[in-house]
Write a protein that binds this ligand. Structure first.
Ligand code: FE2
Length: 192
């Protein structure tokens, strides 16, 4: 379920809006300068769908988004649970912790979730907007926006990433522990 929960940045229990309506989510994010879009899913994609197949399925949409050639590096990030791999819990923990603290990027952080889910927390103008993205969701976090990302205790997603520069994913960490004060992806989903 795609979800938006808006909270006061000083108090996570001050929930100002919680909605799963894609139109409301798009409108609320647009008002704050955040791009959010839904791309229709093509044929069923699963954890075993290859990266090449995935990019081919979305080639037209990706081409439209990158009509001006702004994104010179487009790749696919994916992580899926593998309970047969004894290293999986450590890999999952490491992946999750990478962007769990508040940071910014020098360029827009553009992600299209082809499957699975992850949550962006956007910190701007006294609010924290938790945006739970699922398959079909495209989100663009503007350059310089304070944010963090939670993929949950059991990370499972496939996302197309769009970069202007090869190192566009590098984060400038603010050192603010704000992320620890807000509900995790799993807690957001568990809340009624
Ligand atoms: Fe980021």
């Amino acid at each position: 379920m795609t979800l938006l929960q808006i909270m006061a940045d000083s108090d996570a229990t001050d929930v100002r809006l919680r909605t799963a309506d894609p139109e409301v989510i798009g409108a609320e994010l647009k008002r704050r300068g955040i791009v959010f879009a839904r791309w229709d899913a093509p044929a069923v994609l699963t954890a075993s769908t290859s990266t090449d197949h995935l990019l081919a399925e979305y080639a037209e949409r990706i081409g439209e988004l990158n009509a001006d050639g702004r994104y010179r590096h487009i790749d696919v990030a994916r992580i899926h649970p593998d309970d047969d791999d004894p290293e999986w819990p450590a890999k999952a923990k490491g992946a999750r912790e990478k962007f769990l603290a508040e940071h910014r990027h020098a360029e827009d952080e553009v992600r299209f979730f082809a499957g699975g889910r992850g949550c962006f927390y956007l910190h701007l103008n006294g609010e924290v907007l938790a945006v739970v993205c699922e398959g079909g969701d495209l989100v663009s976090v503007p350059a310089g926006t304070r944010h963090w990302f939670d993929m949950g205790a059991r990370p499972d997603f496939v996302a197309v990433r769009f970069f202007e520069e090869e190192d566009g994913w590098v984060g400038d960490f603010t050192g603010d522990g704000i992320g620890e004060k807000f509900p995790t992806l799993d807690e957001l989903l568990a809340a009624a």
